[in-house]
Design a protein around this ligand. Sequence first.
Ligand SMILES: Nc1ncnc2c1ncn2[C@@H]1O[C@H](COP(=O)(O)OP(=O)(O)O)[C@@H](O)[C@H]1O
Ligand SMILES: [Mg+2]
Length: 337
Amino acid sequence: MTHTAIVAEQLHKHYKEKRALDGFDLTVPQGMVYGLLGPNGAGKTTAVRILATLVRLDAGRALVAGYDVVEQPRQVRRSIGFTGQFAALDEVLTGRQNLRMFGRLFHLTPKQAARRADELLERFDLVEAAGKGVREYSGGMRRRLDLASSMILSPQILFLDEPTTGLDPRGRNEVWESVRSLVAGGTTVLLTTQYLDEADQLAERIAVIDHGRVIADDTPDALKTLIGGDRIEVVMKDAADVPVAVKVVARVATAEPEVDDTSRRVHAPVADRVAALTDVARTLQDDGIGVEDIGLRRPTLDEVFLRLTGHRVEEQPDEAGGAGEISSPDTSRGATR
Ligand SMILES: Nc1ncnc2c1ncn2[C@@H]1O[C@H](COP(=O)(O)OP(=O)(O)O)[C@@H](O)[C@H]1O
Ligand SMILES: [Mg+2]
């Protein structure tokens, strides 16, 4: 296995007049989690569906596990797993039954399917929940079961399309743990997300996608440095104190502070998190200025976009997502059928 896991060159895809992909390039080495970060409508799902042979490309070339997605779709499908934004689990069955069913679907014998189900329940920390009906599962448990079902055939490459969208923080953490254990096992993962934080937590490299094209491709650290790293945020008790806060924050910031007047919020990127927080808190307190809230936070996707593109995230109407995917679970699961 000396091939690159995924190579996409100048992929184009349009739906009527809408350009979903517009010259999409990506190279993913083996054994890495690669984050594909972008807002709703950027083209993430279209890209992973093309790579998973679920959607036809209009132009360009893509190799997955060394196989051409157009010329060799069967070989591609044998090499990949895919989990969509919405799991195709059977609510009535237990977790264990679901996994056995998928195993049978993928032509394992009943005995093999049972063994594989047990291995995966163990690996995704679902042993205790294995006998419960999926309808009783939390969001995080569902996503983990979905991950487990996409790993039945031990694919070399796994596509995860927004695996944590809609989960609470605990569910998100559970899924992150599962993804980490997958990578420890050598699987290459292409993970799409709308959260910079998630890409930062999981991915070794991040490609930022906007309007169907990759606009930045780097390590999480390099990206964060580019956009000015972590931010300090101060919320004033009194709107009249906002100008003072701007001055105080500006002293520790690496860029001009931004102000949100309605929420009396002042925020700016800082180089030294702790020193900046201590300095600002102390100065405001010494001057007897009322602070409602103060803290440090990571840059948001919106701030990444502002820096990279000069414009804020444009939320696009999500014609292909949401209800469409729920009503057609056959497209949200791998092409292994
Ligand atoms: N089946 C489809 N029919 C029409 N438009 C689509 C379809 N799938 C995606 N699109 C459009 O293509 C663009 C990219 O969509 P998508 O790949 O789903 O983005 P993302 O997954 O990043 O939210 C969006 O403008 C979306 O509305
Ligand atoms: Mg999507």
